[in-house]
Write a protein that binds this ligand. Structure first.
Ligand code: NAP
Length: 276
């Protein structure tokens, strides 16, 4: 089985650097997909209340027979529940069927709501009570991080942001790391759009690897936590195999040169999704 490196978060918690995301995995397929992912060797699953599939993730974990402490589970607070985070956390924990969540994130800052600092204080209480081993944020821009940190007792462990070769957010990544916060790359393959580039396919040929493996090896080389999604067992194994590929400096630079400012998701400065 592929050996995935671990990173240590700013509170000492260890996280598998390569995990498995379940955004857009349909509810009815989630248990099967997550069971396949764990069978392939993933031990880090990224879900969210807004994905509507936490129960399927929980069912797969229960059915796997893998000891709970060997699986790292991330879930996220819905935007529309930032004012009731304690209750929302309990609902997620129950849906997942676990006592403790490994990492609980504020899903989006939703600056128009003005609630993320209040939500963070609720997450700090959840963390202090031992119900979440680590707490963090997602889609936070530099100004959101600064507002949060000015009021926070706990520095977020993670900022999960859209990051892939054609949309690298280099300045936000550097700012996040400068605060001691780990960078977690979502949509790491650009939702599939970043694997077709000539520079990537040439490196794939050279390494006897696939283009997706090259992109994921680039993330791992930078030090990003990375959570590719696939419903296909072959691609799940392929993506996990990236942990066995290491790129040289020139090779890393060839992928870095793919920056195009090509965001595939929403802009956190404006996104509200309060229905989520
Ligand atoms: P992604 O992982 O970059 O790409 C997934 C897409 O790429 C799917 O269409 C998948 O198709 C395809 N794919 C997977 N492996 C492939 C391979 N080896 N070769 C070619 N295509 C491949 O995008 P994502 O799902 O948006 O992001 C991953 C995870 O990040 C999500 O599942 C979620 O956990 C998290 N996320 C978080 C946020 C946030 O706001 N915090 C937002 C978006 C995503 P198949 O499934 O058909 O294989």
């Amino acid at each position: 089985m592929v050996s995935v490196p671990h990173l240590t978060l700013n509170n000492g918690v260890s996280i598998p650097q390569l995990g498995f995301g379940v955004f857009q995995v349909p509810r009815g397929q989630t248990q099967r997909v997550v069971e396949d992912a764990m069978e392939a060797g993933y031990r880090h699953i990224d879900t969210a209340a807004a994905y509507g599939n936490e129960a399927g993730v929980g069912a797969a974990i229960a059915a796997s027979g893998i000891p709970r402490e060997e699986i790292f589970i991330t879930t996220k607070l819905r935007n529309g529940e930032q004012g009731t985070a304690a209750e929302a956390f309990e609902a997620s924990r129950r849906a997942l069927g676990v006592d403790v969540i490994d990492l609980y994130l504020i899903h989006w800052p939703v600056p128009s709501q003005g609630l993320f600092v209040n939500a963070w204080q609720a997450l700090e209480k959840i963390h202090a009570a031992g119900r979440a081993r680590a707490i963090g944020v997602s889609n936070f821009l530099a100004n959101h991080l600064e507002t949060l940190l000015a009021a926070a007792d706990v520095v977020p462990a993670v900022n999960q942001i859209e990051l892939h070769p054609t949309f690298q957010q280099a300045v936000l990544s550097a700012t996040t790391r400068a605060h001691g916060i780990a960078v977690e790359a979502y949509s790491p393959l650009g939702q599939g759009a970043d694997v077709a580039a000539g520079a990537v396919t040439a490196l794939a040929k050279k390494h006897g690897a696939t283009p997706a493996q090259i992109v994921l090896a680039w993330h791992l080389g930078i030090g990003n936590i990375v959570i590719p999604k696939s419903v296909d067992g072959r691609r799940m194994r392929e993506n996990l195999g990236a942990a066995e590929i290491s790129l040289g400096r020139d090779e890393m630079e060839a992928v870095t040169a793919r920056e195009r400012g090509a965001r595939v998701g929403a802009d956190p400065a404006e996104a509200a999704f309060t229905q989520m």
